[in-house]
Design a protein around this ligand. Structure first.
Ligand code: PLP
Length: 458
């Protein structure tokens, strides 16, 4: 029998669980983006992961319907990745990445650059998505300075955007709960465009045909704030964390045109959409718009070792290189864990699997089946809206009392029904692994139906 101390300090008895699978105390660990009080009264602990399945501490098998946090599209427990990381640890566990290096990181940069669009062929390694966005912000500033345009300091983000949680990424982000507590420490000069989550987009599968005019917000910002002061515009091509907001047709192209007109750098944050989630290597190729900078993370290592990547146009790299005297450090930026050997080893193994198993093609081919299943949940009483593109979709649950409550209760009901995913506010975000077969998609949809139906009964 296991005794947990609840948040009120009272003891709680959890007799049905396997004691070997759970810790002695839940009190000390302050969990991220979690209702700690709720969790510690009724924890959800995952003990095993294999392929498309997870096992929790109660012994229940669940299907992973969000690829972890969009990280594991190749499935859990991939031997090729485990072996590559183990081998790397045995041969060379760490190299300091400043003023020295090792071959693997150069080889990985070459492999990544094979997939990036246009000439986004210069690759900077970071530790995660947030540090990729922070790095992109700094590279853009360094680029403008190198070009003699140091007055460009403003960044344009978008409402409902998620770019990560350090100060730079929080500042350009647009999810209000992530921002409001920290308003006093955010980056100055950030302006936000409106989001594209329009009422007429209810139950639209794929790209909405209306709403591209929302891109004109960028032109208005140029007029109101002076385009000569704007360094970059950053968007997720498909906003992931607010529930798969698919860009209206023509919207991204229009952003590109406005950026070109005013000399503004366009950053696509592809931390979720990168590496096949939309059916092409990057959303950029899927929607036919090439930005100047792409950030990526998550699927780069199939989630097993933290790693972020910034890919930039050759002109940006060249300008920063040319502005520095020979022998000087050109960009005063980097991390202790920038492109460490085990992250590189995992990412190289992932690249091999992408190629060998034609993973992006697989994602594209499975997408229509997945979206059809997702939209079949439209008849459920609790469902307010469904969106989707590629292998990602959002299901909005009807508001209950206050924002977030319905989504959280529904998430818990689905967890009990054996389907595991991420919920943000009242939206369930579904992003299956690319190795899913049709039977797995069916299982995800069936269990979602059960979980959402049971939620209404409670
Ligand atoms: N950018 C986007 C689009 C994301 O979805 C995320 C995380 O979900 C991040 C950045 C931050 O990534 P990380 O949590 O690895 O710092």
């Amino acid at each position: 029998m296991i005794v947990y101390k609840s948040t009120e300090g009272k003891s709680k008895i959890m007799s049905e669980v396997d004691s070997s699978k759970i810790p002695n105390s839940l009190e000390e660990h302050w969990m991220p983006f979690t209702s700690n009080k709720d969790f510690k009264e009724n924890p959800r602990l995952i003990t095993e992961a294999k392929g498309v399945y997870l096992k929790n501490h109660k012994g229940q098998t669940q299907i992973d319907a969000s690829s972890g946090l969009f990280c594991n599209p190749l499935g859990h427990g991939r031997k090729e990745i485990t072996h590559a990381v183990t081998k790397q640890l045995e041969q060379l566990d760490y190299v300091q990445p400043f003023q020295q290096g090792f071959g693997g990181s150069f080889e990985l940069a070459r492999r990544i650059a094979k997939h990036t669009p246009g000439n986004l062929n210069r690759i900077f390694y970071t530790i995660c998505g947030s540090t990729a966005v922070e790095t992109a912000i700094k590279i853009v500033i360094a680029y403008h300075k190198a070009k003699g345009q140091g007055q460009r300091f403003r960044f344009v983000g978008r409402e409902r955007a998620y770019h990560g949680m350090n100060i730079g990424a929080t500042s350009v982000g647009g999810m209000i709960n992530n921002v409001k507590t920290f308003a006093s420490v955010l980056m100055p000069g950030v302006v936000h465009m409106r989001h594209t989550h329009l009422p007429e987009h209810k139950f639209v599968k794929g790209q909405p045909t209306t709403g591209s005019e929302m891109a004109e917000d960028l032109e208005r910002i140029c007029t109101n704030f002076g385009s000569e002061n704007i360094a970059a515009c950053i968007v997720e091509p498909v906003a992931g964390s607010t529930g798969t907001l698919v860009p209206p047709k023509g919207y991204l192209k229009r952003l590109r045109e406005i950026c070109d007109k005013h000399g503004i750098i366009l950053i696509f944050d592809e931390v979720i959409t990168g590496w096949g989630r939309m059916g092409s290597a990057f959303a950029s190729q899927e929607f036919g718009v090439t930005p100047d900078v792409i950030t990526m993370a998550k699927a780069t290592t199939n989630g097993v070792v933290p790693m972020g990547v910034v890919a930039v146009k050759e002109e940006i790299y060249d300008a920063v290189m040319d502005a520095a005297p020979k022998g000087a450090v050109e960009l005063f930026h980097g991390y202790t864990y920038s492109g460490i050997p085990i992250a590189v080893a995992a990412a190289l193994a992932v690249q091999n699997i992408f190629e060998k198993e034609e993973i992006f093609k697989r994602s594209k081919e499975m997408s229509p089946y997945f979206l059809e299943g997702l939209f079949s949940l439209k008849d459920l009483k609790a469902v307010d809206n469904i969106r989707g593109y590629g292998m990602m979709g959002g299901i909005d649950i009807k508001l209950k009392e206050k924002p977030g409550r319905a989504g959280f209760e529904c998430f818990k009901s689905c967890y009990e029904a054996g389907v595991n995913f991420k919920a943000t506010g009242d939206c369930l975000i579904i992003a299956p692994q690319f190795i899913c077969e049709k039977k797995h998609i069916d299982e995800i949809i069936d269990k979602l139906r059960t979980g959402i139906t049971n939620y209404l009964k409670k």
